[in-house]
Design a protein around this ligand. Sequence first.
Ligand code: ZN
Length: 122
Amino acid sequence: MTNMMGEFEWTPERVAELTKLWATGLSASEIGRRMGITKNAVVGKVRRLDLTMRRAPAPPKRAPSVVTLDRLASNMCSWPQGEPGSEDFRFCGHPALPGKPYCDTHCAMAYVPAKRKVGTAA
Ligand SMILES: [Zn+2]
């Protein structure tokens, strides 16, 4: 366990480098490797610098494609998946068709022609 206090000095040049690397979208651990510091040092400094978090750290227990209500944009498919209220409830999130709330797949499901009747278990 190394103590970064005193071991690594955040000179303006290094801060600039960190900011630049961070902006390129590299992971904190990769930035740390390039700068010769720990991932934690990178993350800690980024927080202190208040750099814009370009992406939320992906929660490991969730698939990257999960779209929750707070992430759902107006141009994304709002087809609900899973059970409302449960933890895995989410929205499709695929690009919606113009003027429609759903993607092409879910538009096809939402607007089923009467002749192709499927068992509706609402
Ligand atoms: Zn969809």
